[in-house]
Write a protein that binds this ligand. Structure first.
Ligand code: AMP
Length: 115
């Protein structure tokens, strides 16, 4: 756990969240400001700032997070209709929380680029 990290505080339970999945290595919870009818964040339980750092340190952990993202999509009923998995890296991409997270978005038209 890293002091002053919002998502570490969600992992520890110090800050409440609407958790939809938890295991030893990952937590998934609903985004507080959803951009789609389904908007869940999937994060590792241990702190790491970016997905690429995590891929270098522990590639299996990245695979596990993506596996959980797929399970969440299925549980939320968007696996068949389709969904987007997004991870922002750095300020220009809009990363506002520096603890790895995959956004799982679904339940509306997400085709890109927009028609
Ligand atoms: P990003 O901007 O890619 O770093 O994504 C961070 C996400 O965390 C945003 O979509 C926020 O809405 C979301 N977020 C911030 N605080 C919370 C919180 N307390 N609980 C759930 N989601 C949050």
């Amino acid at each position: 756990m890293t002091a002053d990290c919002l998502f570490c505080a969600i992992v520890s339970g110090d800050i409440p969240a609407d958790v939809v999945h938890r295991d030893d290595d990952a937590v998934a919870f609903r985004d507080i400001d959803p951009k789609a009818p389904v908007h869940v964040l999937v994060i590792p339980t241990s702190h790491c700032a970016t997905v690429v750092e995590l891929a270098h340190q522990d590639p299996a952990r990245v695979g596990h997070l993506l596996s959980v993202a797929g399970d969440v999509a299925r549980a939320e009923g968007v696996a068949e209709s389709g969904y987007r998995i997004v991870t922002n890296t750095g300020p220009s991409a809009g990363q506002s929380v520096h603890h790895v997270h995959f956004h799982v978005l679904g339940g509306r038209d997400l085709t890109w680029p927009p028609g």
